[in-house]
Design a protein around this ligand. Sequence first.
Ligand SMILES: NC(=O)C1=CN([C@@H]2O[C@H](COP(=O)(O)OP(=O)(O)OC[C@H]3O[C@@H](n4cnc5c(N)ncnc54)[C@H](OP(=O)(O)O)[C@@H]3O)[C@@H](O)[C@H]2O)C=CC1
Ligand SMILES: O=C1O[C@H](COP(=O)(O)O)[C@@H](O)[C@H](O)[C@H]1O
Length: 504
Amino acid sequence: MDSMSFVLFGGTGDLAKRKIYPALYNLFIDQKMPKSFSIIGLGRKEISDKEFQLQVKQSLQTFSRRALESDEKTQAFLESIRYHQLDITKKEGFLDLLNLVKKRELELNIPENRLFYLSVAPELFETIAFNIKDSGLGTTKGWKRLIIEKPFGRDLKSARDLNEKLSKSFNEDEIYRIDHYLGKPMVQNLEALELANPVLQALWNNQFIANVQITASETVGVEERAGYYDNAGAIRDMFQNHMLQLLMMTAMHLPKNVTTDEVRTEKRKVLEALRPMTKDEVTSHVVRGQYAAGEQNGKKLLGYKQEPGIDISSQNDTFVAARLWIDNSFWKGIPFYIRTGKRLKEKSTRIVFEFKNPMQDDLYKKRNELVGPNLLVIEINPSERVSFYLNSKNIDGKIEPVRADYLANAADQPEAYELLVHDAIRGDAKFFAHWKEVELAWQFVQPILEAFEENLTPLHSYKAGLFGPDASSQLLAEDGFKWWLDSDSEESDLSENKKLKRSI
Ligand SMILES: NC(=O)C1=CN([C@@H]2O[C@H](COP(=O)(O)OP(=O)(O)OC[C@H]3O[C@@H](n4cnc5c(N)ncnc54)[C@H](OP(=O)(O)O)[C@@H]3O)[C@@H](O)[C@H]2O)C=CC1
Ligand SMILES: O=C1O[C@H](COP(=O)(O)O)[C@@H](O)[C@H](O)[C@H]1O
């Protein structure tokens, strides 16, 4: 792996502390960092290197997935870090930054390989990219790469504008658009599950699958992010990026070679085949909701409009469910249901494949035995688990569901940011969003944004601490389906093993 400089804009920010330093540190401990590297954290405050290293150490103590190693190792990591005071809006500061980057390259005798990480508010992305080029920071004898945080634009037009501006300083293959859902181990495992299991490969299509359900439910509310979230909503915050990425990863046809280019091409094809909606069709296929006051584990929860920083008249969406159709030969005729929301009953990110159930009408029904459909459930977060729900005979000779299960030990798993930062350092963009994916995703979402903004689609209220608006269940009921595994429904009894007498 090439030695390099890691230049972190927003080095004093929340994301840097919670995710980026812990990711770099854990990579270092696992010997996944290059032999020599320089880390430069940037911010506007005046902080000495020593003070800054101490701040990073504190963030590692609080957020690293593993406890700090011996002082020697931790010290070696911290000593690779320098702090530089820079106001991004002031062009002159970038020349000083260039001098520091070069000085460190000379001290460490490393080539001019530079990774710039933009962990700052999106309004600053364009200015930074311009100043990197203008100052000469981007003129290197080695490689240069840009990791860029979300959100990438707030609609189709602003995303295109931003991309055009970035492309003046970086080529597409130098831009790594982070979507941390693509770094989740179980999401990265999807291709392997399909590729390495002929049985799944054979079933992964509309011939055997009746519908696919992708859920990302959260228990948290808007937290301290009112300013951002009230202007974004679930549609921009989760749906346009994470949920559509999950859709692509689930529905893509496996390429012959699992190379970055081929995977990205196949992902893109999913969005190209996604049946577009007009603004007027949105209400038939998309449910938007906003949480009202409720309760969780006996604790009273505020409604969204009562949250600090939210206007009492806000029409913002905190929940979105949608029925999507992928009109290609693999998935034609099969609905994909997607939902995401805040202040729901449980934290769960999962994909459920419901298989067709030709047994429903045959002899089991006549014998009054319930033969549920087979389900393949991929739990992504908080547990990482693959389960197959099968039907089997119990001791009384009756059919009952059983679950064949693989549960990963999440404690051993690297975090999403660790995997993604490692990929970017290695120059592997497979699990980063290509511009075409981002553009197609905004193109699909644009009429939904407009229907929401023009209030063409009703805003359903739902009680905090439950499963979202009834209209979301209604969406599936229209097609004869239901959401599986919501934890106080009949099916959750399956997941809780109440009905499962046996587990394979
Ligand atoms: N926090 C999170 O969980 C997540 C964040 N993101 C994205 O990551 C990015 C960063 O978010 P987050 O860390 O939460 O934001 P913070 O507000 O916590 O940090 C912002 C950072 O930007 C720096 N900064 C702001 N203005 C300037 C300036 N003019 N010149 C130099 N530095 C500046 C601040 O430095 P200082 O004030 O010290 O000058 C600080 O380091 C955003 O794009 C966000 O959308 C994405 C997913 C999750
Ligand atoms: O990007 C975001 O993701 C989080 C949810 O991430 P997860 O890894 O906990 O599933 C979400 O809370 C946040 O609003 C959004 O910006």
